[in-house]
Design a protein around this ligand. Structure first.
Ligand code: SF4
Length: 323
């Protein structure tokens, strides 16, 4: 595609509503546009487990999962939801945040009786009027109609995001990584959640075993065709204590260079519609159990490489939306 000045790319450029200097619709800008102020996401570990670990679906977990949960959990008894939010708020107010999203992040945050889920989500929203959003991370096989109805009921008082682990829309990959659910369950969860007006954030992983760049682009096209409002792209990390680490040590897991990864992310972003907020572009943390790829230790360098790749292509999120 040639632009008016004859250069490749730049078909649509930067939509005015993005309000950002980035070549993609970064989440910070999206939150600023939505709430008109600085908003911080406060992570909560409410003590959930995961059916892909506790035996309900499997005991092995996804091959890349370290199974440890949050650092808070590893320190001992978990503080209450209220206490976690209080501490998080204190920290982020210091850096200028005025409103907050309670983010139930660790393991599968809809995996429990509905009354218990209601108690936990209520506790978060009742904590402060400055909590303006509820984000709940989960798996596609753990969102019954009852759970989705509960989440949808909170739309009267705040924004509600359902963060779904997608990882890939390639069915053989879901099996290969031991996701413990099918592609059909994933598509069904997306359909039932969006029909209730829940905002969907999809998590995908780039570099999964067996996936070519074309398979990843296929996931991007499928993602673009579905009603997601947010995207988190993770890099496949090899962590100590995972099945992936064993495969890696046997030489069975090829990992990308930083340049290859930046190219995959740029490919993905080009296919994602401009309306989708980009909430993450790499994976970080896990310093004590990190194995590879070595370049991923430097998050800023990864983000800079992605920016540079989009710049080099003179390309944007949504540049190839619909192709
Ligand atoms: S769904 Fe999440 S918590 Fe459960 S095994 Fe997979 S990565 Fe681990």
């Amino acid at each position: 595609m040639k632009s008016a000045n004859g250069l490749a790319g730049a078909r649509q450029g930067r939509p005015a509503f993005w309000n950002t200097a980035k070549r993609y619709y970064d989440f910070k800008s999206c939150l600023g546009n939505t709430f008109g102020t600085r908003v911080a996401k406060l992570t909560v570990d409410a003590g959930f487990t995961c059916p892909n670990r506790d035996g309900a679906r499997s005991t092995g977990g996804c091959i890349y999962c370290d199974g440890r949960g949050s650092s808070l959990r590893r320190k001992g008894a978990l503080p209450s939801v209220t206490e976690q939010l209080r501490l998080g708020m204190e920290r982020y107010r210091g850096s200028g945040a005025e409103k907050f999203i309670a983010y139930f992040q660790t393991f599968t945050n809809t995996y429990g009786p509905v009354d218990e889920l209601r108690r936990l989500y209520d506790e978060a929203l009742d904590f402060s009027p400055d909590i303006v959003g509820l984000a709940v991370g989960t798996r596609p096989d753990c969102v019954s109609d009852e759970v989705l109805d509960l989440l949808a009921s909170y739309r009267e008082r705040c924004r509600v995001w359902l963060e779904l682990g997608v990882q890939s829309f390639h069915a053989p990959t879901l099996e290969r990584i031991n996701r413990g659910h099918t592609l059909e369950e994933l598509l069904d969860a997306i359909e039932r959640a969006s029909s209730r007006g829940l905002e969907l954030v999809g998590h995908v992983i780039l570099g999964l075993p067996g996936e070519t760049s074309e398979i990843m682009r296929e996931t991007a096209r499928r993602f673009a065709s579905l009603p997601f409002s947010g995207l988190k792209i993770h890099l496949l990390l090899v962590l100590e204590g995972t099945a992936l680490a064993d495969e890696f040590r046997r030489g069975e897991v090829p990992l990308p260079t930083l340049e290859e990864y930046a190219g995959w992310v740029a490919d993905f972003l080009e296919l994602v519609p401009p309306r989708v907020s980009i909430q993450r572009l790499t994976a970080d943390g896990y310093r004590d159990i990190f194995i590879a790829p070595d370049w991923a230790r430097n998050k800023l360098a990864v983000l800079n490489a992605i920016d540079a790749e989009l710049e080099r292509r003179d390309s944007w999120q949504g540049e190839k939306d619909g192709e």
